[in-house]
Design a protein around this ligand. Sequence first.
Ligand code: PMP
Length: 358
Amino acid sequence: MKKHNFNPGPAIFPISVLQEASQAILDFNGTGLSILEISHRGSEFTAIMDETISLTKDLLGLTDDHHVLFTTGGASTQFFMLAQNLLNTQDTAAYTDTGTWANKAIKEAKAFANIKVIASSKDKNYSFIPKDLSALPAESRFLHLTSNNTIFGTQLHDWPDVPVPIVSDMSSDIFSRPIPIEKFGLIYAGAQKNLGPSGVTMVIIRKDMVRTDLTHHLPPMLDYKTFIAENSLYNTPPVFSIYGSMLTLRWIKNLGGLDAMQKINEAKAKLLYDEIDANPYFKGTVAVEDRSLMNVCFVCDQEELENEFAVDAKNAGCVNLKGHRSVGGFRASIYNAMPIESVQVLVDTMREFARRKG
Ligand code: PMP
């Protein structure tokens, strides 16, 4: 039986994407070759790359002012790569500290340049998104924001108006909603939640962010200019991950694009948060206005009941619901590909649990 997979990442795929990808592993488009066997320099892969970029531009409303790049090393590599590409060591950049991943981004950038942490929710275990960004230094080259905090279950719902470009880690909510693209200088995301198979990282960079005046050396594999000049083909790219991303982006486009995706995500999240709020045995862990539509964190009102509910959920086919150790309880990751029917199964299980206890 196919499970209801609430894993935070690698995460659930649309079933139609899995079907098409599995066929392509055996025979890609009647070529007599597996997608795993085709040349990354051949016409088949060129078409895949072109379509993935054009779907990205189309869905996000990018202009010719943007490059869409595919790197490896995950979002974790971007933590230092973006700092070393966007900053000289004496430059300043501002960051907000909204969770584990934001912290890692800060740490890597601090090792390299002058980084100011202008807001933090650390004192409340990252249960909200700090809104006061008035400490932003005038000389900042950018403001780094983590759009969705995968571990703590908070999400930025209003992009701030700031006088500098926003650089955003969108690993866990890219393509889940429309974004005001004009505010961003750089966006990056590991593929494995909303985009495709793990192994590829998408980087969208506005052309004017690419520095030609860096005073330090960058190895070619860490230099955005290499990826730009070689269309992300300087070395062998993760062909299958890019192909899987293309299929997922097609699926989003066929659903009606990001406006439609957002409505579906809102409906799923509402179903689950409404149950958390109504059910006396559960409670949410973050500020209501900052609740993530992607990662829904909740605990049992009585902690000792958590193991029992975990068994019920497992018996209902709901897997990978365990909360991160820094929050505890449960985390239901309900990314784009999660069907509302699976969320309903979880909600029904919560209701049945309350009925049995009550
Ligand atoms: N940023 C966020 C918001 C994440 O959720 C993750 C992974 N869970 C990362 C960064 C790290 O990504 P990667 O594993 O691709 O390095």
